[in-house]
Ligand binder design. Structure first.
Ligand code: PLP
Length: 438
């Protein structure tokens, strides 16, 4: 009997033992081609020699010193690097996971308003079909119904507006620009309905990840919602825990949309799975409000700005730059989407292939009409995952894609180091799994 609590309590997961590059390995030496970085995490693949050396070095130098009294070179250098890439968010704090980063982002948003005497602004507007983390406060602002599940009675108030989901929601005779304007109007109407004086922040995943499968915004959407937010004194908080730090081919996904939010969070790709670390980046005006007010960030956690985690993340980010992995993400991302389109061109159950960089979603549809959501539910997701493992390919399927109930998708988020041959192998193997399961 194992003493470890697993996600599925009655079934023991595969015992991972090693890996190399885009392959993971179990304790019996079976190999799994990683099409999803686990959950969008392993951007440098497995057992990257440069990162394992850096982790060893960092643990010899200094593992941890409490951020209440100390800072460290790795934290300072990593913050400087992220701030320089962010396009205008110069203040950074490191935490341990994406949920914590989002939680701090919203605490900072609330504190920003409170320090300026706007204490009524406690409400967050979020989007349906979103996921921002597993803590109770983050589930409260996550539209993802499966993840809210049993905790629903405990979740605090939040408002929800439509996601930007072009494949399903843009009207046939509507331009992308008109669609973006309609969504921005919906946000503004919601702010006015609940009272702008009550709203602290609007939050969105720049590119939606696990809930609907790599759904990017249409051009102009983010700049329009930012305009609405600022007209009403509401902060724009972008969640790039999954989409950020190279996954879309940019250090920050929003840079492709020509906007800079007031606050952004990053996580998974920051240390690419080599350390548990996330970050919140905040704009100068937000920082200034706190500095000129109480002068204290009202948050303290044991592992803030963790020295070892920052050292590992710093090496991960330097590697991405030194090896021009953003260029590779863009190149291989295009190759991946093109290859998937070719592989599934005659398959009426594949409705949409979308995404940015190496962040790609395949949405399945009812083959009868080629557009209605497929109703495969959790059974289809499990079958795809299981069949993939049996055939040596690690997949990230999802269901409830469209509205929390209907729709099925696959999310691809391969390591940034993937080469053309690896991508071809991924498409071949996942194609076989899809054929077997649909
Ligand atoms: N935000 C987004 C967009 C995510 O995808 C996730 C995790 O999947 C989170 C927040 C929460 O991150 P974590 O699981 O590291 O707490």
């Amino acid at each position: 009997m194992s003493h470890v609590i697993y996600k599925t309590l009655g079934s023991r997961p595969i015992r991972a033992a090693g890996g190399s590059g885009v392959w993971l390995e179990d304790h019996e030496g079976r190999r799994y081609l990683d099409t999803c970085g686990g959950v969008g995490v392993s951007s440098l693949g497995h057992r990257h020699p440069r990162i394992t050396r850096a982790a060893e070095r960092a643990s010899r130098d200094l593992a941890w010193a409490h951020a209440g009294a100390f800072t460290s070179d790795p934290a300072e250098e990593l913050a400087e690097m992220l701030a320089a890439w962010s396009g205008g968010l110069p203040h950074v704090q490191f935490l341990s996971g994406g949920s914590e980063a989002m939680e701090l982002a919203l605490k900072v948003a609330y504190q920003y308003h409170a320090e300026r005497g706007d204490t009524g602004r406690g409400l967050v507007i979020s989007r349906r079909q979103s996921y921002h983390g597993s803590t109770l406060a983050m589930l409260a602002i996550s539209g993802n119904r499966q993840r809210r599940s049993v905790f629903e009675p405990l979740l605090g108030p939040a408002e929800f507006v439509s996601p930007c989901y072009e494949y399903r929601d843009r009207l046939p005779d509507e331009s992308a620009d008109a669609y973006a304007a309609r969504l921005a109007d919906e946000l503004e109407a919601t702010i006015l309905r609940v009272g702008a004086d009550n709203v602290a922040a609007f939050t969105a995943e720049t590119v939606v990840g696990s809930t609907s499968g790599a759904v990017p915004p249409v051009p102009g959407y983010l700049s329009r919602v930012k305009e609405v937010c600022h007209r009403h004194g509401v902060l724009l908080v972008l969640d790039e825990v999954m989409a950020g730090l190279g996954r879309t081919g940019q250090h920050f996904a929003y840079l492709d949309d020509s906007v800079v939010p007031d606050i952004v969070t990053v996580g998974k790709g920051l240390a690419a799975g080599y350390a548990p670390v996330s970050a919140v980046l905040i704009g100068p005006h937000v920082h200034q409000a706190l500095a000129a007010g109480s002068g204290v960030l009202q948050n303290g956690q044991t592992n803030v700005n963790h020295t070892l985690a920052c050292a590992v993340a710093l090496e991960v980010q330097r590697t991405i730059v030194d090896d021009d992995l953003l260029g590779n993400v863009r190149k291989q991302g295009e190759h991946l989407r093109r290859s998937l389109a070719e592989r599934f061109s005659g398959n009426p159950a594949v409705g949409d292939i979308r995404g940015r960089g190496l962040f790609v979603g395949i949405e399945f549809v009812d083959p009868e009409d080629g557009h209605s959501p497929l109703d495969g539910g959790a059974r289809l997701s499990s079958a795809m995952k299981r069949t993939g493992l049996e055939r040596g390919v690690l997949l990230y399927p999802g269901h409830g894609t469209v509205d929390g109930e209907t729709g099925n998708h696959l999310l691809l988020a391969p390591p940034f180091i993937a080469e053309t041959g690896d991508i071809d192998e991924m498409v071949a193997r996942l194609g076989e799994v899809v054929d077997a399961c649909l």
